[in-house]
Write a protein that binds this ligand. Structure first.
Ligand code: T4K
Length: 372
């Protein structure tokens, strides 16, 4: 086993040389334009729309504020069908809007909302579906949209993990009424903190832009009780710099995933999960299921890795539907969410980020493959 000198984290932000960031900072200092749709904000919106292949995009201070605003932009009310297998922010965005989450189980292969289970959860109060492209695995967008069309529901995708993901040659962000991205430090593409709403037309973008700026439509007109969701110029500049390196970062992620996949292929009880066929994936995470028959339990493996200074995460354990503010909902009953509970019990997300060397991946594998 090779000797390591630093801890290994589930992820680390990709940071280009600091010197490359200085010209951006100098420009900010010179212009004194720090926030409120400054020049870097404008440049990043258009550069990202081009890169991602989407019509319009509105930048936010973080993904959570973007989710909260997306619900307001579409005037969602009543009940929203969603997945319990996600990060807290997805479901919290509903509570922040006084909306009632209705949990539906996930598909065991993709970890995403199971389209077969959606219709039975629809009631007269349902107005929207909030699926998550978990780990950057595309949801079954065609089936979800067919259901939404039949019942007149809106679809807001939590695409926090899905930066740059394409399916059947098309950006996954072009589906649904809106898609919400996160650019948090732990994400494939980061702006320190940040996020965006991807939207199909100029009219809805205008409304979103008002909502993220306290509801101001102009200097004297406030059209809605909006929030302060704006991305500042330093974060936008970071995004412009990150865009120069994103393709190389994505290629490195794929290489690391292949190293794990090749080594783990021999161990059927440690199963890496991947996206559906036809996906150009961003390898946002490297989820592995530890089967109940594996000689070492998931939590024992987690502890062994930690003891070796390897800090993995059990995304997404515990399930959102087990949190105190949600567990009393009728849809949160564990027997209705069998797949989500099993995956949450078995999952470990292995370290993956562009700064991770092959020898460090080797250290992780040494522990996973050690005979107990
Ligand atoms: N929807 C979904 C489906 C999401 O997954 C998220 C966020 C959101 C919505 C909301 O988007 P944002 O409002 O966050 O933009 C992390 C992130 O904080 C969170 O953004 C993310 N999902 C979630 C899945 O993971 P933690 O509590 O696991 O992060 P933390 O601080 O433990 O970081 C993990 C590892 O990353 C650390 O062990 C070390 C490394 N790290 C982290 C940070 C923050 C660094 O090396 N540098 C850093 O600056 O939640």
């Amino acid at each position: 086993m090779s000797k390591r000198h630093r801890p290994i984290y589930v992820t680390e932000p990709h940071l280009p040389p600091l010197a490359d960031f200085m010209p951006y900072l100098e420009a900010i200092w010179q212009s004194k334009r720090l926030t409120n749709s400054g020049p870097f904000h404008e440049q990043l919106e258009s550069a990202l729309a081009d890169y991602l292949g989407v019509e319009h995009l509105s930048l936010f201070a973080n993904g959570t504020l973007a989710l909260v605003t997306a619900m307001q932009a579409l005037r969602i009310t009543g009940e929203v069908i969603t997945t319990p297998y996600t990060f807290a922010a997805t479901t919290h965005s509903l509570l922040w809007n006084n909306l009632k989450p209705v949990f539906v189980d996930v598909d065991p292969k993709t970890c995403n909302l199971d389209p077969d289970r959606i219709e039975e959860a629809i009631t007269p109060a349902t107005t929207a579906i909030l699926p998550v492209h978990c780990y950057g695995f595309p949801c079954d967008v065609e089936r979800i949209e067919a259901i939404a069309d039949t019942y007149g529901l809106k679809v807001i995708y939590d695409a926090a993990h899905a930066f740059g993901v394409r399916h059947d040659g098309e950006s996954i962000l072009r589906h649904g009424d809106l898609s919400v991205l996160s650019f948090h430090a732990t994400k494939v593409f980061n702006t320190f903190e940040g996020g965006a709403i991807v939207c199909p037309n100029d009219k809805i973008k205008r409304r979103i832009d008002h909502l993220k700026n306290f509801g101001f439509a102009d200097e004297v007109t406030v059209v809605a009780p909006g929030i302060n969701g704006k991305m500042n110029e330093v974060c936008a500049a970071m995004g412009l710099l990150q865009l120069e390196h994103i393709d190389a970062a994505l290629a490195t992620r794929s290489r690391i995933y292949r190293q794990y996949a090749e080594a783990l292929a021999a161990v059927p009880t440690l199963q890496l999960i991947g996206p559906p066929e036809g996906t150009q994936w961003n390898v946002a995470y490297c989820p592995m299921l530890v089967s109940d028959t594996h000689p070492v339990s998931r939590d024992a493996l987690y502890d062994r890795l930690k003891a070796a200074d390897i800090h993995v995460r059990r995304y997404f354990y515990p399930l959102i539907s087990s949190f105190p503010m949600y567990r009393g909902l009728p849809s949160a009953v564990p027997s209705r969410l069998g797949n989500a509970h099993r995956i949450a019990r078995q999952v470990i997300c292995l370290p993956i980020h562009p700064g991770l060397g092959a020898d460090e991946v080797g250290s992780v594998l040494d522990i996973l493959l050690a005979a107990d």
